[in-house]
Design a protein around this ligand. Structure first.
Ligand code: S3P
Length: 442
C-alpha cells in the first residue's frame, strides 16, 4: 500500500454510549435496484445503502437502460425496463470492489441477448468467478474470462436461455441469486437446490415483486423453483439496517468497559443473525427491543452492554448466517477469556481478501495469539486485557472494508492503538463508519 492511501490510527476510547442507526443492508440494496430495473414502472426505495458497492450496481442498471435516481429526501427511484428488457451497454460495467454486483449482474445479463464486459478493482479481479460461470454456461451464456476464470471477463448472454436445475456446490447466496436472476428471463422453470441455506433476500424480494417462486424441500435440501418470463410489479421498499455493519458496533460495545449502546433498526433475518447468537453464547449482553417487520424482513433495535466474553468452539453450521462477521468475531475472541476455535471457513479465503490469512496477520500485529489453519482460526484471548502489539506495526487491509473496520474495533481495546494502512475501502459498505464511531465514543 502506498503512502497516499488513507492510513489511520484507531486509538483506545471510552465507552460506547447512545443510540445509532447503521446504513441500509448491502445485500437488500443491490437487489432492490436490480429487481426495480426488471419491473416496468417506478420502484421507490428508502434507506438504500449509498456505499460504493451499491452505487456500482446503480450505475450498471443505468448503463443497461433503467432510469435510476435519488431525490433530495434520499429516496431512490428506479424506472425499470422489464424482464428481458436490458439494453446493450456502451462500455464495460465496472463493479469496483463488489463481488455481489459482479455475480448478480452476470446472472441477470446471462439470459439477455447482449454482450457485456465486467471489470473490477485489484481485489475483485482475483476472486473466483467459475462458481457463476459454470451454471450460467449451462444455461447457454458464453464467457471469455481472464486466466483462472477471473475478471475482467466478457459475457455474451443467451437468448433464449435454457432452464436448469442447479445444485449449489458452495454455500453462496451470490451464486444462488445469479441463477435465479438468469431464470427471470428464461422460459420454463429454473431451480436451485441449496443443501446449506444461505441468505434468502433474493427469494423474499422476488416474491414481493410478483415473481412465481416456490420453495420446497428435498432430502434436507432447500429447493427454489422460479418460473421465468413472468412480469415483475414495481414496489415501494424500505431497506432495513445492515446486520453486517451493526456487527462492528455490537462487538465494540461488548468489549469496551462501561458501554451501553442501542443500535436501531437492525435486520434480524435468521439467515443473517448468526453473530448475535454466537456472541450471546460467549456471554455477550445483547437485548432485542421492539422486534418487528420492515419491508418483509425481521428487524429489531439491539441494546448492547459491556460484558466479559468466554471463548467457545463455534459451530461450523452457523457460518453461512454470519459469513461476513468472522473478522470482527475474531477480534471479540482475541479479548475473550480462553480459547475460541472456528472451523469450516474455507469460503473466507475468497472474500474481498483472504480473511483467514489477513485477520491472522492483523491480529498478530496487535500481539494476539492466533493459529491459522486451512479452514479457520484458533485464538487465545487476553481475558479482557488490552491488546499489546508493537506500537509501530501497521495492519494490511488488502482492499477489504471488513478488515479495516474490524481492526478499528481492535484499536479501541488496545494499549497503544492500531494503525490501519488504508481505510478507504470502508466506503464500499459503510461510508459513515468513522463518523459514527467518533460520535458514540465521544
Ligand atoms: C452476499 C452473499 C455473501 C456475502 C456477500 C453478500 C449477497 O457472499 O459474503 O457480502 O448479497 O448475496 P457469498 O454468496 O459469496 O457467500
Amino acid at each position: 500500500m502506498n503512502d497516499t492511501a488513507a492510513s489511520h490510527r484507531f486509538s483506545p476510547a471510552g465507552p460506547l454510549r447512545g443510540s445509532i442507526a447503521v446504513p441500509g443492508d448491502k445485500s437488500i440494496s443491490h437487489r432492490s435496484l436490480i429487481l426495480g430495473a426488471m419491473a416496468v414502472g417506478e420502484t421507490r426505495v428508502s434507506g438504500l445503502l449509498e456505499g460504493e458497492d451499491v452505487l456500482a450496481t446503480a450505475a450498471a442498471m443505468r448503463a443497461m437502460g433503467a432510469d435510476v435516481h435519488r431525490d433530495e429526501d434520499a429516496t431512490w427511484h428506479v424506472h425499470g425496463v422489464g424482464v428481458g428488457g436490458l439494453l446493450q451497454p456502451e462500455a464495460a460495467i465496472d463493479c469496483g470492489n463488489s463481488g455481489t454486483s459482479a455475480r448478480l449482474l452476470m446472472g441477470l445479463v446471462a439470459s439477455h441477448g447482449i454482450a457485456v464486459t465486467f471489470t473490477g478493482d485489484a481485489s475483485l479481479s482475483k476472486r473466483p468467478m467459475g462458481r457463476v460461470i459454470d451454471p450460467l454456461s449451462q444455461m447457454g451464456a458464453r464467457f471469455t474470462p481472464s486466466p483462472d476464470g477471473t475478471m475482467p471477463l466478457m459475457l455474451e448472454g443467451a437468448h433464449p436461455a435454457v432452464p436448469i436445475a442447479y445444485r449449489l456446490p458452495v454455500a453462496s447466496a451470490q451464486v444462488k441469486s445469479a441463477v435465479l436472476l438468469a431464470g427471470l428471463n428464461t422460459p420454463g422453470v429454473t431451480s436451485v437446490i441449496e443443501p446449506v441455506p444461505t441468505r434468502d433476500h433474493s427469494e423474499r424480494m422476488l416474491r414481493g415483486f410478483g415473481a412465481e417462486l416456490e420453495i420446497g424441500e428435498d432430502n434436507g435440501a432447500r429447493v427454489i423453483r422460479l418460473t421465468g418470463q413472468v412480469d415483475l410489479r414495481p414496489q415501494t421498499l424500505t431497506v432495513p439496517g445492515d446486520p453486517s455493519s451493526a456487527a462492528f458496533f455490537m462487538v465494540a460495545a461488548t468489549l469496551v468497559e462501561g458501554s451501553d449502546l442501542t443500535i436501531r433498526n437492525v435486520g434480524m433475518n435468521p439467515t443473517r443473525a448468526g453473530l448475535v447468537d454466537v456472541l450471546r453464547q460467549m456471554g455477550a449482553n445483547i437485548e432485542d427491543i421492539d422486534a418487528r417487520e420492515v419491508g418483509g424482513e425481521p428487524v429489531a433495535d439491539l441494546r448492547v452492554r459491556h460484558a466479559t466474553l468466554t471463548g467457545i468452539e463455534v459451530d461450523p453450521a452457523v457460518a453461512p448466517s454470519m459469513i461476513d462477521e468472522f473478522p470482527v468475531l475474531f477480534v471479540a475472541a482475541a479479548l475473550a477469556q480462553g480459547t475460541t476455535v472456528t472451523r469450516g471457513l474455507e469460503e473466507l479465503r475468497v472474500k474481498e481478501s483472504d480473511r483467514l490469512a489477513t485477520m491472522a496477520a492483523a491480529l498478530e500485529t496487535t500481539g494476539a495469539r492466533v493459529e491459522e489453519r486451512e479452514d479457520g482460526l484458533t485464538i487465545q484471548g487476553t481475558g479482557g486485557e488490552p491488546l499489546r502489539g508493537s506500537a509501530n506495526a501497521r495492519v494490511k487491509t488488502h482492499l477489504d472494508h471488513r478488515i479495516a473496520m474490524s481492526m478499528a474495533v481492535a484499536g479501541l481495546v488496545s494499549r497503544d492503538g492500531v494503525e490501519v494502512d488504508d481505510t478507504s475501502p470502508i466506503a464500499t459498505s459503510f461510508p459513515n463508519f468513522m463518523a459514527l464511531l467518533d460520535e458514540v465514543t465521544r
